[in-house]
Ligand binder design. Sequence first.
Ligand SMILES: Nc1ncnc2c1ncn2[C@@H]1O[C@H](COP(=O)(O)OP(=O)(O)OP(=O)(O)O)[C@@H](O)[C@H]1O
Ligand SMILES: O=C(O)C1=C[C@@H](O)[C@@H](O)[C@H](O)C1
Ligand SMILES: [Mg+2]
Length: 168
Amino acid sequence: MVEAILTGFMGSGKTTIGKLLARTAHCTHLDLDDLIVKYAKKTINQLFAEQGEKYFRDLETELLVKVLEQPGILSTGGGTIGSVQNRQLLEKNTAPVIYLKTSLDSVICRLHGDNTRPLFQSYAAFFTLYQRRMYAYEQSADFTIITDNKSPARIAEEIQSLLTFEHA
Ligand SMILES: Nc1ncnc2c1ncn2[C@@H]1O[C@H](COP(=O)(O)OP(=O)(O)OP(=O)(O)O)[C@@H](O)[C@H]1O
Ligand SMILES: O=C(O)C1=C[C@@H](O)[C@@H](O)[C@H](O)C1
Ligand SMILES: [Mg+2]
């Protein structure tokens, strides 16, 4: 079973923080997007362009089921909490779900010039997606960490103290 699950919008730092947490805890970092890319042998952009978003989402759910059984820290994709099925899978799992809450301004700033995310295109579409997903992130979270104006190291430390406290 995974030990902690990171959620949040694109650019909230799930991959960055997951790596730091896993390094400190000497455990495996599991990144759902990476697993999809490795499994499909295609980039996320290619998957969206060639197979479509539905294919990507189905693969995401299939691999989420498997990865939740593995030991380590899991960084989900930004849209993993988008489906009811995925939210139920996270809910059923006993690992704490940590939501990296990040303002739209911060994520836009962090992702500036990055073209690896097919859903980071027009500002209007990004804004709508952000608004639409907020509730799902909040609802599926056991803990919420605000990441704006904090370094990845500081965020990882906050999460470590949270998890240590939880186990005390
Ligand atoms: N706390 C932070 N402060 C500043 N920059 C950050 C912070 N966390 C992450 N970043 C930067 O933001 C970018 C996106 O981070 P990352 O890939 O970890 O986000 P993500 O949540 O995994 O996104 P996705 O949902 O697309 O997988 C990277 O360039 C990373 O270095
Ligand atoms: O927010 C999203 O829908 C996405 C976020 C990334 O992690 C990837 O899973 C992909 O780019 C889609
Ligand atoms: Mg990521």
